[in-house]
Design a protein around this ligand. Structure first.
Ligand SMILES: NC(=O)c1ccc[n+]([C@@H]2O[C@H](COP(=O)([O-])OP(=O)(O)OC[C@H]3O[C@@H](n4cnc5c(N)ncnc54)[C@H](OP(=O)(O)O)[C@@H]3O)[C@@H](O)[C@H]2O)c1
Length: 133
């Protein structure tokens, strides 16, 4: 089975800001930090294709930033983009790349399609699927 690359990002404003000064423009929960360091997407795929990881990994979640998202969108294994549009402007110096025309908006039963709100900030989840390479 081909390993799927999926992008996941949250972006704000019309120009899809994702970061400022090497950090997120907003405060979110912390994530775990168990890591294997890889130098490229090819290195990631080669690492995960070997036992024992290949038995347990089906999806790879690409968590950015700009250059890594862009490389993942262009990669033949890229499947989906899960993008959260934050409906508030924050100062940003890093931005989500423009989504190429070979992605179309799709739906995902696990993802609510209506406007969400947390701490007074509205946001919208969108899912895009790559339809051709
Ligand atoms: N809102 C979100 O969802 C979100 C998600 C992620 C990050 N961010 C924010 O975005 C900012 C950082 O993003 P950025 O756009 O400046 O980062 P970026 O351009 O993607 O670069 C990040 C790192 O990835 C490496 N890199 C770039 N392309 C690569 C590739 N094809 N394969 C392997 N490694 C690659 C670069 O290493 P070299 O410099 O050595 O080439 C660099 O150290 C921060 O503020 C961060 O908090 C936000």
């Amino acid at each position: 089975m081909q390993l799927k690359l999926n992008l996941i990002a949250a972006a704000c404003g019309d120009n899809l800001g994702i970061g400022i000064n090497g950090r997120l423009p907003w405060k979110l929960k912390d994530y775990g930090n168990e890591a294997i360091v890889c130098q490229s997407l090819q290195h990631v795929l080669a690492t995960i294709s070997k036992p024992d990881l290949c038995d347990i990994v089906e999806n790879i979640w690409v968590i950015g930033g700009h250059a890594v998202y862009k490389a993942a969108m262009d990669h033949p294994n890229c499947s989906r983009i899960y993008l959260t549009y934050i409906k508030k402007d924050f100062e940003c110096d890093a931005f989500f790349p423009s989504i190429p025309n070979n992605f179309i908006e799709t739906s995902d039963n696990n993802i609510p399609s209506d406007i969400q709100e947390e701490n007074g900030i509205q946001f919208l989840y969108k899912v895009y699927e790559k339809v051709s390479n």
